[in-house]
Design a protein around this ligand. Structure first.
Ligand SMILES: [Zn+2]
Length: 228
């Protein structure tokens, strides 16, 4: 179960940004699964016989929704938070909506994995959450690796390191043995003062070019320079 609060949430949330979030989530399934909120819980409706068309991402989200344990996402808007705050429970909906499709899926899976991996997440205060964060974050990095491996059909992807760049940019680097690229990064950077984060998944090619995962997957494999 995933409870949604914040942004004037009452019994049933009526907020255009929350609607956009639900539409975005529905879009990642090509309309096979529709997401909605009822009694502050995120729910889904899957089309009959749609299971074979589901991606690992959408299966994962549905499993979270079906889990009897409840975690929370408290939506906030245009805050200095970069995507989410594990300790406060906040999720910056503006940052989520400004993520590329791949980044949106990675971040949502990451933050939910982190929260579900934490025993009694909703009962813990910020201090207690900070104490258990490292373990939960590491499990969420494993889920990042699984999604990336799935998209790139590359079982050799591993989390490598996190780097904080200039202007509060954050990059999660992943390594791979695949000769078609050098590294993969999930990159978060500020684009509207401190209050908006834009994010994307980027692939570093062997010739030094940095391109989005979406463009990489659209490229003709023969146009990708292999390792010399
Ligand atoms: Zn994390």
């Amino acid at each position: 179960m995933i409870s949604i609060t914040g942004l004037g949430a009452g019994q049933n949330i009526q907020n255009p940004l929350v609607d956009q979030f639900l539409e975005r989530l529905t879009r990642t399934t090509n309309g096979v699964v529709t997401f909605y909120i009822l009694n502050n819980l995120l729910r889904y409706a899957a089309r009959p016989n749609s299971v074979p068309k589901m991606t690992n991402f959408i299966r994962g989200i549905m499993q979270f929704i079906d889990t009897p344990v409840r975690v929370s996402m408290r939506f906030v808007n245009r805050t200095p938070i970069i995507i989410d705050s594990f300790s406060s429970g906040a999720v910056d909906i503006d940052d989520m909506l400004n993520a590329s499709d791949h980044s949106f899926q990675l971040s949502l899976m990451h933050l939910l994995t982190e929260r579900f991996a934490t025993m009694g997440y909703v009962l813990l205060g910020p201090q207690q959450r900070r104490r258990v964060y490292a373990r939960s974050h590491n499990l969420a990095l494993d889920s990042d690796v699984q999604l990336l491996s799935n998209w790139l059909n590359d079982p050799t992807i591993r989390f490598n390191f996190q780097m904080n760049g200039a202007n509060r940019e954050i990059m999660l680097f992943f390594s791979s043995q695949n000769p078609r690229y050098l590294s993969i990064r999930h990159s978060f950077f500020e684009t509207l003062g401190r209050d908006r984060t834009t994010s994307d998944v980027l692939i570093e090619l062997n010739d030094g070019r940095l391109i989005s995962l979406a463009n990489f997957l659209r490229m003709n494999p023969s146009s990708i320079p292999a390792l010399p």
